[in-house]
Ligand binder design. Sequence first.
Ligand SMILES: [Zn+2]
Length: 182
Amino acid sequence: MKLVNIKDFGLKGENYYWKRKELYRITELELAEIGVNSGDMYVDESIIQPLLNANSQLNKSGYYLFVADGYRSNQMYELVYKKRVKATHLNADPGAINLIDKPHSKGTVVDIALYDLETNKEIYLRDKQDDPEAYYVDFYSNKTDEKSKEFCRLQQLLKSVMYSNGFVYGVKNEYWHFDYKG
Ligand SMILES: [Zn+2]
């Protein structure tokens, strides 16, 4: 594994837990102790070109790719889990962050969000009111209302772009989580 900063390649993203440290009640000192001193996003260098290709494809549809999470160290997994157990408002089930497999520790796993090229705003691929069922692919597939059809279209677009660049869904089938298989 060779970790590189995605911004050096013109890709957008932000360390998920740095961005949400208040929500998770994680201090900057605790993050510094595990080597995280900014919101910079790191991934293994082997997935930079596939991510750049995916981003170019998404640009044609008016979106850009945002890496909502990439490399997550084992220490980060442990810290987040500890915080989840303490914070009563968060789901402390080890499965919620997949503490068993720690997929993001490989550096070749990414969580992807879509942003609008013109407005720079995030495009939502689900309605948070539908959580947690809406985390998983196919939740909107059989629904016929316009909003569900649009979520479905966006998730399908993301899937086809990512799959065509060597990524596949993870074991939990979350629509934003992709594992690079090459
Ligand atoms: Zn993920």
